[in-house]
Each structure stands twice: as structure tokens, then as C-alpha cells.
Design a protein around this ligand. Structure first.
Ligand code: DAH
Length: 346
């Protein structure tokens, strides 16, 4: 490529220098600049070649050619680097000018949070998991058998009137309570059984401050040897203290549910007046929070559990009710209206 004459070398160096400076001047990308650098100063670059060939020159000519080549090399490197920096600066300037202003404060991310009902469910679940319970779930479109019949509520039973609901077909209601999960779980599992089951339920109720056709329940079921009403009461006392605070009292009143015998309504001290009596608790000092009782022997027999050997208790509560009491919310509709001004408070 290079003729061996010394003058030739000097001429070549001058040509390379000139060419490379022109090319660098024209280059418009960092990539192009890197190619230019490589072409002249890379391992197989044109200037590099001359520097490597110095030993084949007559001794007295070497210093001059070496000096010229080194000077050219330095100038090319400097020029390429300057151009590179210029290009980089231009890119930054362009970005700053047109696309993003990196000096602006960042946009705040809207962090979501759990809905108060979900939060309340999680809180209740944690309390029962702490007592050794497991979580079970069931479908919202339920069969008549699980929602009513297996729970000792035959087709003509008056208890059905209280729990009228939406039907997918004659024999397929949307579940009116979480109690069918009791049956589903007991069919597949042998005692000892300690479960809770949160979920959505449906009723033909008109919307008002304390009713909604869709709401959330929380079921509990225990079946084991020697379970008594005392276990039920003690369990609910622990629950009430954990949810509403230490020292919260609960009270059991006789009630009726077809799937428990005996049955009890469970009341807690009114959280508004702490038992003194106010308009929230209709001056009684107590507020009903759930239904419960000892699992009816018919229910146990329906799922093939020997009611002589095993006994159990069950309870079911409305999650909205618990949240309303705990956070002093006066209208259930607030849970469903999705007004962020309300939801963000919790
Ligand atoms: N299922 C009842 C309701 O929706 C609540 C209930 C009462 C559940 C007594 C139970 C129970 O497990 O034993 O009103």
C-alpha cells in the first residue's frame, strides 16, 4: 500500500491527516467518528501502519517520519474527540429543548391502596389464622342444595323469604350467604375442621344506608370432638377484642337459624357510646354483629359426619357492618360508590 520512499511516507501522512480531518468534519454520528478513528488509528489503521513500519526505514529518516506520524495521530485523535463531544452535547441540547425537561420535578405516581372492605377482610382473616383456622372459598353462583337444602332450609321454609335473591335458573341462586361453604368444605374434609370463608353474597334487598343487594360476609366453622357453646363464645370474645379493642364485651342472645341449634345472635358493645346507649344502638348499648350457633345435627348428617362423635359451632357476619362500626361509617353505600374522597381516608 505504501511506497517505500521516505518522501512518500511524509506525503501519505499529510494526505491521511487531511482526509481524516475532512471526514471527521463531515461525520454526523458517533458511529461514523468511531469508524474514522479505527481507519487511521486503530490496530490496522493507516497511521498505525506507518508507525509500525518505521524500523524498515533508514535510521536517519526514522525520527522525522516518526515525529510526523505521531503529530498526525494526536491531531486526528483530538479532532475526532472534539467532534464526538460536540455531537453528544447537541443530542442533550435537543432532548432538553424539545422532548423532556429533565429539570422539572418528577410526576408523582398514584399509589393504589386496598379498599376498606378488603382491608377489613384481611384483618379478620389474620385474627382467625392466628387461632389456627384455614381459609376456604366457594362459588357465588350456588346451587339451591348448598345454599338452602343442605343447611336444613327445605323449599317451603319461611327462612327463605328473608333471603330472597337473584336466580340464574330455578335451582341456581346467587348465594345469599357464605354458609354453603360450610357444606362444601365438610363434604370434602373430615374433622377436625377450623375454617373461615369470606366472600360476596346477594339478596333481593333495596339499597339504603344499611342494606345492599350485594354485600360481603365472613363465615366461620369449627367441627371437632367436644366443641361446646363455651368455645363459640370465647372465640367471638377474642375476635371482638382484636377488632374493636381490648375489653370489648360481647353478648349472646337466643335466636333462630335452621342450620344451628341452639342459635345465638351476637352483640358487641356499641362502639359509638361504648355501651351507654345512644341513637346508633337505639339506646340499648349493644349492636348485633353476627349470627351463630352450634351446628345442627341434621347438617352434620347431611355431609356424613357422625353427630354423636362430633359437634361444632358456626357463625356468619357482615363485613360492611364490622367496618361501619369500627370506622364509624354511617352509610353502607359509601363502600360501593367508589368516591375516592371517601376511599382514600382508610
Ligand atoms: N347465614 C346467616 C346470615 O346470612 C348468618 C349465620 C348465622 C351464619 C348462623 C352461621 C350461623 O354460620 O351459624 O344471616
Amino acid at each position: 500500500m505504501i511506497e517505500k520512499g521516505n518522501d512518500r511516507y511524509i506525503k501519505d501522512i499529510e494526505k491521511y491527516l487531511k482526509d481524516s480531518l475532512i471526514e471527521t468534519d463531515k461525520a454526523s454520528t458517533i458511529d461514523e467518528l468511531e469508524k474514522i478513528y479505527y481507519q487511521y488509528l486503530g490496530r490496522k489503521g493507516k497511521i498505525t501502519y506507518i508507525l509500525r513500519s518505521l524500523s524498515s526505514l533508514p535510521k536517519d529518516k526514522r525520527p522525522l517520519v516518526g515525529k510526523k506520524a505521531n503529530e498526525a495521530s494526536k491531531r486526528i485523535e483530538k479532532f475526532v474527540n472534539e467532534k464526538k463531544n460536540n455531537l453528544k452535547k447537541k443530542v442533550v441540547e435537543k432532548v432538553l429543548k424539545e422532548e423532556i425537561d429533565i429539570t422539572l420535578p418528577g410526576r408523582q405516581l398514584q399509589l393504589g391502596k386496598l379498599h376498606l372492605i378488603t382491608k377489613t377482610i384481611n384483618e379478620i382473616v389474620d385474627i382467625f389464622i392466628g387461632m389456627g383456622y384455614k381459609v376456604a372459598e366457594g362459588p357465588e353462583v350456588e346451587s339451591d342444595y348448598y345454599n338452602f337444602e343442605a343447611l336444613n332450609i327445605p323449599p317451603d321454609h319461611p327462612a327463605r323469604t328473608l333471603q330472597d335473591t337473584l336466580f340464574i335458573t330455578d335451582k341456581m341462586p346467587l348465594r345469599t350467604h357464605t354458609s354453603p361453604v360450610q357444606i362444601r368444605f365438610m363434604e370434602r374434609n373430615k374433622p377436625p375442621i377450623y375454617i373461615i370463608s369470606p366472600g360476596r353474597v346477594y339478596r333481593r334487598d333495596n339499597i339504603d344506608p344499611t342494606h345492599s343487594p350485594v354485600f360481603t360476609q365472613f363465615e366461620g366453622l369449627v367441627v371437632d370432638r367436644g366443641i361446646s357453646m363455651a368455645h363459640l363464645k370465647a372465640t367471638l370474645e377474642v375476635f371482638a377484642e382484636k377488632v374493636f379493642g381490648e375489653g370489648t364485651k360481647v353478648r349472646l342472645l337466643p335466636s333462630y337459624f335452621p342450620y344451628t341449634e341452639p342459635s345465638a345472635e351476637v352483640l358487641v358493645q356499641c362502639q359509638e357510646c361504648m355501651g351507654k346507649g345512644c341513637s346508633v344502638c337505639t339506646r340499648s348499648g349493644w349492636i348485633e354483629i353476627l349470627g351463630s350457633g352450634m351446628v345442627h345435627p341434621y347438617v352434620l348428617e347431611n355431609v356424613g359426619i357422625d353427630s354423636e362423635e362430633y359437634t361444632g359451632f358456626a357463625f356468619g357476619m357482615g363485613v360492611e357492618r364490622i367496618a361501619m362500626l369500627k370506622y364509624k361509617i354511617s352509610d353502607m353505600r359509601l363502600f360501593f360508590e367508589n368516591d375516592l374522597r371517601f376511599l382514600k381516608q382508610f
